[in-house]
Design a protein around this ligand. Structure first.
Ligand SMILES: Nc1ncnc2c1ncn2[C@@H]1O[C@H](COP(=O)(O)OP(=O)(O)OP(=O)(O)O)[C@@H](O)[C@H]1O
Length: 481
């Protein structure tokens, strides 16, 4: 007998396309435009899965979801919403939704989510309704790339999985780590952050794990490490690529056995800490150079999360700018807005310092200029005076980047970093990979994640492209139109 899907949406067009797609896929479909009917059917035991919008004429699905999960814990509910924000994704997950899909969405994706939900063994999701959820959003941006991040975060909130966040400097790695903690099940515990690049290398181990009195010169008393301070909570290991080898070995043991020893100590100490790591370096490259343990990489990379640079999600710029102007206003600075021209200039700028650079610019604009509306010329002036210049921005004054020459320079440095020794074997593959990764990522970004167009642009077969995306572990900005 065909599985029955209940579709609830007040938009007749959505009901039609969704039910047609589901019927084509072999499902039986019932549709409704309000929550009252949805609840009547569900409580009568009808339907094997529900797909529902959030805002309905007779209320919000989020208010009914806990009731649905109470009466039918095994019924998967897929929530779709046009309010594509961080809070929607988080709320959906907390109230027990199976998944959340931002509108507009891809019908093929919807059908595959439905199939997956129906084929997975039934498990009762832990609902975790937090009524004190503040509505102020920690993460701003509604671009497809950020929505992918929100969905990934929502899925991870109810778990203790180790997460590694990669992304250029200023893309929000620490902010995401905090959000994982603040909205996750460890939020009552401590959040402890430590930046490997900011601590002298020979002190990192004792900072992390603590030391016994007399463990080394200057160790005058037993001290607790960050692991001990983070007990029951989350430990954020920033710039993990800068972690010295010995500390890596100790960390690996924590991840494998849930215990560690303090420096100079013998007795293993059991620990209950969720690890979130971040890096703006390519850990695979560090592994190839023998500077990062491969086994540790796999333990840390259980859930990899790549934060896109701002230039790959430039559509978030107006939201972010408004958000930072509002923050400046809260600090007592006058209210300001950007002119259309100013926004256009900012859209074309490559933002090498990402969101942090934007935040700093907005602060400067709010503090230094008396106008209520910031004119084009002001932003042009501010951006050209910025000492951090992105490659390519200065196109008129400097020569275009010469790829061969750059690779040559890179290789010279690479070889010399091994002194008299040779680098590990497999150099050809590694270097090609290094070039191929940005090439494919750029093609995908330029075509908004459209793999057909990207394959065309690159001049490769679609299947080849798909395989490369998988092999190179490129996170794809999925097209939703
Ligand atoms: N999506 C976002 N919404 C709002 N603010 C953001 C967002 N992303 C980043 N920010 C802000 O930008 C600044 C930089 O973010 P954060 O420190 O998290 O970046 P990072 O990737 O950890 O940087 P680094 O690698 O240099 O440590 C912070 O002030 C943060 O609040």
């Amino acid at each position: 007998m065909a599985m029955q899907i209940i579709v609830a949406d007040d938009d007749a067009a959505i009901r039609t396309v969704v039910s047609q797609a589901l019927m084509r896929a072999g499902f039986e479909v019932r549709v409704t435009s309000n929550i009252a009917t949805l609840w009547r059917w569900v409580s009568a035991g009808e339907g094997d899965l529900v797909i529902t919008d959030v805002l309905m004429p007779d209320g919000s699905t989020f208010d009914t979801l806990p009731k649905i999960k109470n009466s039918r814990p095994d019924l998967p509910v897929v929530v779709m919403s046009a309010q594509n924000t961080f809070m929607t994704a988080i709320k959906a997950s907390e109230r027990g939704a199976y998944d959340y899909i931002p509108k507009p969405f891809d019908l093929t994706e919807l059908v595959s989510i439905v199939r997956r939900a129906l084929s997975e063994p039934k498990k009762t999701p832990r609902t975790n309704v937090q009524d004190d959820l503040q509505e102020s959003m920690p993460l701003v941006g509604r671009s497809p790339a950020m929505q992918d991040i929100y969905r990934a975060l929502a899925r991870m909130m109810q778990t203790d999985l180790t997460v590694t966040i990669t992304g250029e400097s200023g893309t929000g790695k620490e902010l995401v780590a905090r959000a994982l903690h603040d909205y996750g099940r460890r939020r009552k515990g401590p959040f402890v952050a430590i930046n490997m690049a900011a601590i002298p290398r020979d002190l990192i181990e004792s900072e992390l794990f603590g030391h016994e009195k007399g463990a080394f010169t200057g160790a005058q008393a037993r001290t607790s490490g960050r692991f001990e301070q983070a007990e029951g909570g989350t430990l954020f290991l920033d710039e993990i690529g800068d972690m010295p080898m010995e500390a890596q070995t100790r960390l690996l043991r924590v991840l494998q056995q849930g215990e560690y020893t303090i420096v100079g100590g013998r007795t293993p100490i059991a620990t209950d800490v969720r690890i979130v790591a971040a890096t703006n370096k390519d850990l695979r490259q560090l592994i190839a150079r023998g500077q990062f343990r491969e086994d540790l990489f796999y333990r840390l990379n259980v859930v990899p999360l790549r934060l896109p640079p701002l230039r790959e999600r430039i559509e978030d710029l107006p939201d972010l700018a408004r958000h930072f102007f509002a923050a400046a206003e809260k600090e007592g600075l006058p209210r300001k807005a950007l002119s259309q021209g100013a926004l256009d200039v900012m859209r074309r700028y490559p933002w090498p310092g990402n969101v942090r650079e934007l935040e700093n610019l907005i602060r400067r604009l709010a503090a230094l200029y008396p106008q209520d509306e910031i004119a084009t010329e002001i932003v042009e002036h501010e951006l050209t005076n910025d000492p951090i210049k992105a490659p390519g921005l200065d196109a008129e004054s400097s020569k275009p980047v010469d790829l061969s020459a750059s690779v040559e320079r890179y290789l010279a440095e690479y070889f010399s970093s091994f002194g008299d020794d040779l680098p590990p074997p497999g150099l050809h593959g590694r270097i090609l990979r290094e070039v191929e990764y940005p090439l494919i990522a750029a093609a995908l970004a330029a075509t908004r994640g459209n793999q057909v167009k990207a394959a065309d642009l690159l001049g490769v077969n679609r299947n080849t492209l798909r395989k490369k995306i998988r092999d190179l572990d490129i996170s794809v900005v999925r097209s939703i139109r």
